[in-house]
Each structure stands twice: as C-alpha cells, then as structure tokens.
Design a protein. Structure first.
Length: 183
C-alpha cells in the first residue's frame, strides 16, 4: 500500500505512461530542431529548467534529446502557495548563469498565464542570449494573459487546476507520477 496521499477531489488527466509518450514526442521534436539548426559550438545549447515545477519534466526530457546540451535551473514563480497567479514574477538563482551568445531552451511543466515565461524570455535576451525558445509539457492557452506561446508543447489542456509530475498545490503533490485535475 502506498503512503502517498492523493486528494479525494482529484481525478487522473494523464497516466505516467501517457506522460512518457508526451515527453518522448517533445524530445524528438527538439532533437530534430537542434540537428537542423546552425550551432557553431556544441556548448552553446543550454536547457534552463524553471524550479520547482519543471524538475521531473526536465529530467525526463533531456534524456530524450539526442543533442549535446547543458542543464541549469532558475527559480521563478508568480504563484507562491496559491491557486491563482499573483501577476508578480520573482526570479532567483541567476548568479553565475552563463547565457551570453547561447541558445537557451526555457523548460517549464506548464504555461498558464504566460507571465513567468515572458519575463524570463525578456530577461535572458537582455542578458545576451542568442536565442530563447520556450518548452512546456502542458499548455493552458485559455488562461493566457500575455502574448506568448511555447515553441515546443507536449499537449494543450483545458482550464483546470492540475497537480502531479512536478505540479504542486501549496508545495504538495509534485511527486505524483501522474497528472491529476483537482475539482
């Protein structure tokens, strides 16, 4: 018997097997893109995961991308412990992050309002990144508040509050292997 607590007011949206297939698809798309793009130096490709939510997706994704890359993480959030965005994006862990003249792939588990990814994309371009592409496992377009779209998306989902596979509710449930809708 598992000791993991699953909210009673939740139901599965994607099983761990379905998530694996989605990640595989995104990994193949990224591999094709990277192999067909001009890259003067192998060390120019940097995948930057947005903590805390992207860690599971990022770990699975980089193993599916067949191209030399490096991995870093930043911490950025507009939610805190709430279900609704505060609309203020806080960015941490930028010290020592070498992004100048590099191709950056910002990786997040979900693009919702778009505020966090837009703020990070602008920041990275201002800091001298050669390019910034956005990668998201889930895309909740119905909640978009800013004009931004991910370049690589696993799957679009309806306007629902989701947990699991890195997605949290008050810092809980990130460790679930599936993705669940909370009612």
């Amino acid at each position: 018997m598992s000791l993991k607590k699953i909210p009673k007011n939740s139901e599965p949206l994607f099983s761990s097997k379905e998530i694996s297939l989605i990640v595989e698809k995104v990994g193949q798309e990224l591999t094709t893109h990277l192999k067909n793009s001009p890259h003067p130096n192998e060390g120019d490709t940097l995948f930057v995961g947005i903590l805390k939510g992207s860690w599971m997706f990022m770990a699975d994704l980089v193993r599916k991308v067949d191209f030399p890359l490096q991995v870093e993480f930043v911490r950025a959030s507009s939610y805190g412990s709430a279900k609704e965005s505060s609309r203020l994006v806080k960015v941490e862990n930028m010290n020592g992050l070498n992004i100048k003249n590099r191709d950056i792939f910002l990786v997040d588990e979900i693009i919702d309002t778009g505020r966090t990814l837009l703020a990070l994309k602008k920041l990275f371009l201002e800091e001298g990144a050669r390019s910034v592409k956005l990668v998201a496992l889930l895309d909740k377009k119905s909640r978009r508040e800013v004009d931004i779209n991910a370049d690589f998306v696993g799957v679009e989902i309806p306007d629902a509050f989701v947990i699991g596979y890195g997605l949290d509710w008050g810092e809980r449930y990130r460790d679930l292997s599936d993705i669940r809708v909370v009612s």
